[in-house]
Design a protein around this ligand. Sequence first.
Ligand SMILES: Cc1ncc(C[n+]2csc(CCOP(=O)(O)OP(=O)(O)O)c2C)c(N)n1
Ligand SMILES: [Mg+2]
Length: 475
Amino acid sequence: MALRLAGKRGLNHFTKTLILNTTFRSYRSSTTISDSHQSKRGNDYSLFSTNGFVSRRFESTEAGSQLDVLSSDDDEEQNQLGVNFPGGRVAFTSEMTFLPESNEKRVQCYRVIDDDGYPLPSTQFHHVNKELAVKMYSGMVTLQTMDTVLYEAQRQGRISFYVTSNGEEAINLASAAALSSNDLILPQYREPGVLLWRGFTLQEFVNQCFGNKNDYGKGRQMPIHYGSQKHNYFTVSSPIATQLPQAVGAAYSLKMDKKDACVVTYFGDGSTSEGDFHASLNFAAVMEAPVVFLCRNNGWAISTPITEQFRSDGVVVKGQAYGIRSIRVDGNDALASYNAVRVAREMAINEQRPILIEALTYRVGHHSTSDDSTKYRPVDEIEHWKAARNPVSIFRKWVQRKGWWSDNEESEFRSNIRKQVIHAIQVAEKTEKPSLGYMFSDVYEEVPSNLIEQERSVRETIKRHPQDFPKDVPL
Ligand SMILES: Cc1ncc(C[n+]2csc(CCOP(=O)(O)OP(=O)(O)O)c2C)c(N)n1
Ligand SMILES: [Mg+2]
């Protein structure tokens, strides 16, 4: 059986091998990639036109053939007796078989280096050169350092709240490195490394956390709700999973505009219990939207362990149920993460289809500064991931063994970044806050009467109690 998987466009031998070795390992009959198939990206047609509004839907690229692939030669005879059902022929069987609730074996996890930073035998991965590797590694250290200092700043009462990415530095930076800056990012909240990679400065991060007048959100949001139009990074939104349907819409818009870009949306294991997750996967599959769903499965959703979050084999298996090609990757292996995201991006754009990545990682820190995770999980577990499975140390070993980084560079770089973050805090603290009026602007083009009334009332209250109003907020 020929598995009509990937068109010629842009898929090199490495990519094809990776797809065969990982995603489609479970297909029963021998699989060969046929080059004869080209995805029909761009063949759109008008559906209807009313009141001058033209709605266009794009011709399906794969859906029919994808379902046909699911029948196998073994069932050929049965197929003769099968039913031609919309979407593909279904074979009949006289055996009453319920699909099992899970596969016998858990889906394997793609990795290319071990916990000591040694490449695994016979692994194939895109070569990451010195410049890229050092940039990825120094980004991971920068994120780690920024987290440490801003966490301390919250403890000192200088900012109200903070969330660290400790333990998840590799999937942050490596996934960012695998993308183009034209790709749109719709983040959850534990992916500031992607923004860092794109050039958001330490001062910009700190300004947001302090909510000063240089914060692009004008002080209206809690700390860590970063966003930057310049960097194609949508602003973090607290209600979890709301970014997912928006990501599918944004991806569909890229498709309509025939852009050479995709959307990458990040989310946690906990987010997959939201209806938005399921609607988004289905919507993306049916509409063939070029979106990469990147789940950081870090084991915990605040105090809920994944064993209480779902009974499936994690998140990766959910992709297939929706007709989405999926992979499980070691999110603490920077090289594997880089490779998987790079190939996922290539497939999403060239084949105009969604891809699901489940990155296995671990939230080493507390959920946020409002949490104490030792109340609900064993300290040994945290320590194990902090030491033996630390993604920064693992990647450092690989980079150092290559001769691209040294102990001296490490200590110099760390102390330099620490100084830069502390300096950024000093600057941010001295910068005045956005003026009061911004509390009421920018949502409506014309401010509605209830907001006008609220502003009037706040200003009157301040006049009566000036001593209770912060001095660094201009009126
Ligand atoms: C719709 C919604 N429900 C509940 C919350 C409260 N909440 C904030 S973070 C979180 C856990 C999310 O876990 P996960 O998606 O695994 O991300 P992680 O924090 O592990 O990175 C919850 C329940 C929320 N922000 N939004
Ligand atoms: Mg989680």
